[in-house]
Design a protein around this ligand. Structure first.
Ligand SMILES: C[S@@+](CC[C@H](N)C(=O)[O-])C[C@H]1O[C@@H](n2cnc3c(N)ncnc32)[C@H](O)[C@@H]1O
Length: 206
C-alpha cells in the first residue's frame, strides 16, 4: 500500500528544511547534472515538485517528464511549478498501478523507498525497473545507516512521525542498494551528505 503523504503536503518541505537544512535539496540537485539533454524522464514520488524547477533551470526545454505522485495534495503543488518549455505528464496514482513501457532514459526516485517494507520495495522496484531502457540512468537518493547512533535516532523519530501522520508501512530502512546490484546496475557516481546519513547514487542499467 502506498504511503499517504497528503497530511504532510503543506509543511513537508518546511519540516525537512528545519530538520535537515539544505541536505535533502543538495543531495537531489547533485544528481541532476547526470541527465542528458532531451531525456525522457520518469519521476516517482516527487513530493511538492520543487525538483521540477531545479530541472528546468538546467534544461529549459527538450525534456519529456512523466511525474507520478500518489498524493493529491503533493500533486496539486507540483502542478503549479514552472517547467519551462519541457513537456510534463502528471499522473496522480501509485506507481505500481501505472502501466509502464520500456521507454525512459532516466528515472528519479528521491526518498521514495525508505518508507517501504522490504517486500514492497522489491515489488515496486521490479515494476519501475521495467521502464528503463538498456544503459539508462537511475538517479536515487535516500537515507543510509553507516553505524552512527544519531542516524538511528533520527530515522526512528522519522518513522514514528510519518507512521502516525501518513500511515507509512516501514519501521526500518529496507536494503535499497541490494536491489540495484541484484538487477545488475553499476553505480557510476556516488556522494554522501549530512554526515553520511544521506547517499545520492547514479546507477547505470545493464
Ligand atoms: C518522503 S516523500 C519525498 C518527496 C520528494 N521526493 C522529496 O524528496 O522532497 C515521498 C513521496 O513519495 C510519494 N509516494 C509514496 N509511495 C508512492 C507510490 N507508490 N507511488 C507514487 N508516489 C509515492 C509520497 O506521496 C511522497 O510525496
Amino acid at each position: 500500500m502506498a504511503a499517504n503523504y497528503n497530511n504532510s503536503a503543506w509543511f513537508y518541505d518546511l519540516l525537512s528544511r528545519i530538520v535537515y537544512g539544505k541536505a535533502l535539496i543538495n543531495a537531489q540537485v547533485y544528481l541532476l547534472k547526470h541527465i542528458p539533454s532531451n531525456s525522457r524522464i520518469l519521476i516517482v514520488g516527487g513530493g511538492t515538485g520543487w525538483i521540477l524547477e531545479k530541472l528546468t533551470k538546467l534544461h529549459h526545454s527538450g525534456l519529456e517528464i512523466t511525474y507520478v505522485e500518489v498524493s493529491v495534495n503533493m500533486m496539486t503543488q507540483s502542478k503549479k511549478r514552472n517547467t519551462g518549455l519541457n513537456k510534463v505528464f502528471f499522473v496522480n496514482e501509485a506507481i505500481e498501478n501505472v502501466a509502464l513501457l520500456n521507454y525512459f532514459d532516466v528515472i528519479i526516485t528521491s526518498f521514495l523507498f525508505d518508507s517501504f517494507t522490504e517486500q514492497t520495495l522489491q515489488r515496486v522496484f521490479n515494476h519501475i525497473n521495467k521502464s528503463l531502457i538498456t544503459k539508462g540512468i537511475w538517479l536515487n537518493c535516500d537515507f543510509q545507516l553507516t553505524g552512527k547512533w544519531l542516524q538511528q535516532v533520527l530515522l526512528k523519530s522519522m518513522f514514528w512521525f510519518f507512521k502516525t501522520l501518513c500511515n507509512i508501512e516501514a519501521s526500518r530502512l529496507p536494503d535499497i542498494k541490494k536491489q540495484f546490484y541484484q538487477y545488475g546496475y553499476e553505480c557510476i557516481a556516488r556522494q554522501n551528505f549530512l554526515n553520511d546519513f544521506i547517499v545520492s547514487e547514479v546507477y547505470k542499467a545493464p
